[in-house]
Design a protein around this ligand. Sequence first.
Ligand code: ATP
Ligand code: MG
Ligand code: MG
Ligand code: MG
Length: 470
Amino acid sequence: MTSTNDIRRSFLDYFEGQGHARVPSAPLVPHNDPTLMFVNAGMVPFKNVFTGLESRPYSTATSSQKCVRAGGKHNDLDNVGYTARHHTFFEMLGNFSFGDYFKEQAITHAWTLLTKVWGIPANKLTATVYHTDDQAFELWKKIAGLPEERIIRIPTKDNFWAMGSDGPCGPCSEIFYDHGDHIWGGPPGSPEEDGDRFVEIWNLVFMQFLQENDEIIGDLPRPSIDTGMGLERVAAVLQGVHDNYDTDTFKALIAESGALTGASTTGENQASHRVIADHLRSAGFLIADGVLPAAEGRGYVLRRIMRRAMRHAHLLGAKDPLMHRMVPSLVAEMGAAFPELVRAQPLIEATLLQEETRFRRTLANGLRLLDEATGGIGEGGTLPGETAFKLYDTFGFPYDLTEDALRGQGMTVDRAGFDEAMKRQKDAARAAWKGSGEKASEELWYDLADELGGTEFTGYAGTQGEGQVL
Ligand code: ATP
Ligand code: MG
Ligand code: MG
Ligand code: MG
C-alpha cells in the first residue's frame, strides 16, 4: 500500500521533476492576510505573487499546504464525522504557475500524474468545466480523450474562482473520482446519507481575467494556474478505500483512540472516533503554529475544536483526559513531514491536558443539564436559546458543541434566542459599567464589538475575505 507520506512525496517529486520549485507549507496563521483566520487553500501563501505585488525567484511552484477550514466562508467543522471526505485540517497538494504555463499544460500535468504516474483508470475520472469555457472542454477531449458526456459544463460559481471582488479570476475545472457502488453512507441527517459516489479530488483554477467590483474588465496579461488536491482524498483513491477515514493516517489515529478508550471503533461510536482523530490533527497543528486556546479570535476556534473532541471522548466513556495521550500517535504519523509537530509536541500535550482538565470539570454537569432540557423536547424539537446560552456561559459549551450534541438526536438550537440572551448579558454588563461611572474603554470596546459583529460565539462568519479558496 502506498502510504499518505509516500503520496505527498510522489506529488511533490513529480512537479519538482517538471521544473517547479518545491515550497514548504506556510504556517496555518496567514501572515499576508489579516482578514483570513487560517490558511484554507494552497494558493493563500502565494496571493501576492499572483497579483504581482511580490516576486519570487521562480515562476512555477509546488507545495503541500496545511489548511484549516473551521470557520468563515469555508467551514467544514459540521461535516466532520458526517461525511467521508471532509476534515477541519487537511493538506492541499498544489502546483502553481505565475504567468508561466496555462490551461493546456495544467491539464496535461494533472492527467499525466493521475493516470500515468499513479495509474488511476481513466474511466474512473470525470471533469467539470465552467459552462462557457470551450477551451478547457476541448483540452479535456484532446489531452485525456474523455468522452463528451464525462466533461460536464457547470454554470455556477463552483466553477468560477475569484480573489475577492477585485483582482485575478477565472474558470475552474474540477476532477472527480467515481467511487462506484461504494456508497459513502453517513449517519442519519448527514449530507452523505444518500451516498456520495463522485468525489471531487482536484480543482484546477485558470486565472485569466481581471475584475473590478465583481465585473470582468479584461484579460490578465499573464494568465496563471492554481491547483488544489486534497491529499487525504487522493490517498483514499490510491489506497483502494472509499473513505478518507479508512486511509493509513486516520486508521492509525482511530486505532489509538480505540485502544485508549477501550471503545469499539465501529457502529454508533464511529463518528466520535472520527471527530477525535480529525480534531486532534487540527488542534495539534494549530498549537504547533502558535495558536493557543482563548476566549476569542483564532484561539476560540481552536477551543471550539478541542472541546468538541473532548465531548466525543466523554461519549466514548473516557474517564480521564484523552486528547493529550493521542499526540504521540499524531507525531508518529506526521512528524517526519512536519518537524514543527515534533518540536511542539510537549506544548501540544500540555495545552490539550490543561484544556481538557478544565473542561471536564464542567462537562458532565453541562451534559446533565442538556439531557434534562432535551428530555421534554423530543426528536425534531428545538432547544431554547436561553438553555444554550446557559451551557455556554456557565459550563463553557461553545454554541456549536451544543448544536453538535443535539444533532445526533435530531434536534436543533434556537440560534436567535441564544444571540438574544448573549446580547442581554452584554447590555447588562454595559449598564453595570455605566452605573459605576466607568465609561471609557470598556464601553468603547463593546461599541466596537457590536459594530464589527465580532462576538466570540459567532464563528466569525463573514469576517473572512472572499475568494481565497479555489
Ligand atoms: P467540496 O466541494 O468537496 O467541499 P471544495 O470545492 O470546497 O470541496 P476546494 O476549495 O476546491 O474544495 O479545494 C481543493 C481541494 O481540496 C478539493 O478538491 C478537495 O480535494 C480538497 N478539500 C477541500 N475541502 C476539504 C476538506 N474539508 N477536507 C479534505 N479535503 C478537502
Ligand atoms: Mg467545500
Ligand atoms: Mg466543490
Ligand atoms: Mg472545488
